[in-house]
Design a protein around this ligand. Structure first.
Ligand code: SF4
Length: 327
């Protein structure tokens, strides 16, 4: 069914990203502001039943894919119950996680057919991982990645590249794709509230490709799937592939089909949305939320919430911190 959630540019939105919590068992410096965040009060957070009910409305409007994000989605209590119920809606269920707790859920994911898992991993160096995340789960994450690959899950490694932090590891990540069917996604460093964004610390798509070509020679350009958030490539004799999410230097908003639901039930029609639409309040008052959704999508700007030419601190500092959006 074609989605009815269509913005004024004719883009139909069939992909819902749901942030289950603003809690996380890591403290990545580009996601969680140094001073921490004011965690949401429990009553303001959607219950699992409310997540299911609101998801049902989105599915009735044409959403066919739901990605569960956080904070860290797997720290949400009774996650298993929620995953089972959402699967019953007939959508493709996907997950973005930091990978620490995956070992507890592989059996469930095999049972409910959740095969597509994105794992946030910014370095292949244990000490640096502890520096970036302020926690020491590297070995467990790496073990879960190997188990996931061995069990046939479609894993993508999300790598936020930051100069003088992990930009020297680009080809180490590419090397992972040689003998393993894993997909590496390099993400251009993006601005969110409190992450002290400065593009001079970013690594552009162009720079990434130059580094890879210098080491691996000619690389294949792959055909991007519809609505793709990345440009995709492959080193010819490698099993896996890599992609670049170039939101800063080469945004891909033309085919955007994504809307977001925050853990406190706000609809964001763009990752950089500075205005949100409350769905949880009306839902709790027993009001119909589908007209609210269809109206909210009419406010969507063409690209980056109106920051079409350049990122504007006055704008993105009004946004949330990454941890309470979920990417
Ligand atoms: S920046 Fe906004 S409009 Fe562009 S792809 Fe991301 S969510 Fe869509």
């Amino acid at each position: 069914m074609e989605s009815k959630i269509i913005d004024k540019f004719g883009r139909s939105h069939s992909y819902l990203r749901i942030s289950l919590t603003d809690r996380c068992n890591l403290r990545c410096f580009y996601c969680m502001p140094e001073e921490g965040i004011e965690l949401m009060e429990k009553p303001s957070i959607m219950t699992l039943e409310e997540i299911i009910a609101i998801s049902k409305t989105f599915v009735a409007l044409g959403v066919d894919t739901i990605r569960l994000t956080g904070g860290e989605p797997l720290v949400r209590k009774n996650f298993e119950f929620l995953a089972r119920e959402l699967t019953k809606l007939g959508v493709t269920l996907k997950l973005t996680t930091n990978g620490i707790l995956l070992d507890k859920y592989f059996d469930l994911f095999e049972e409910i057919g959740l095969k597509k898992i994105n794992i946030s991993l910014d370095t292949l160096d244990k000490a640096k991982n502890a520096f970036i995340t302020k926690r020491d789960y590297y070995d467990r994450i790496m073990a879960n990645i190997q188990e996931g690959i061995a069990r046939g899950f479609q894993l993508k490694l999300n790598v936020v590249l930051i100069k003088d932090v992990n930009d020297k590891e680009i080809n180490d990540f590419i090397a992972l794709t040689k003998d393993q069917n894993v997909d590496v996604k390099f993400i251009e460093f993006m601005p969110f509230k409190g992450n002290k964004w400065d593009w001079s610390k970013g690594v552009s798509e162009e720079e990434i490709l130059a580094v890879v070509q210098k080491k691996f020679g000619q690389i294949e350009t792959l055909k991007n799937p519809k609505h793709s958030t990345s440009n995709n490539f492959k080193v010819s004799d490698h099993q896996g592939s890599f992609g670049i999410i170039s939101t800063i230097t080469n945004p891909f908003c033309g085919e955007c089909n994504r809307v977001r639901l925050t853990a406190d039930g706000k609809m964001m029609n763009c990752l950089f949305a500075s205005k949100e639409t409350d769905l949880l309040g009306p839902h709790r008052r027993g009001e119909a939320i589908d007209p609210i959704i269809l109206d909210a999508i009419q406010q969507k700007k063409y690209s980056r919430d109106g920051m079409e030419l350049k990122m504007d601190a006055d704008h993105y500092e009004k946004n949330r911190s990454m941890i309470s959006i979920g990417g």
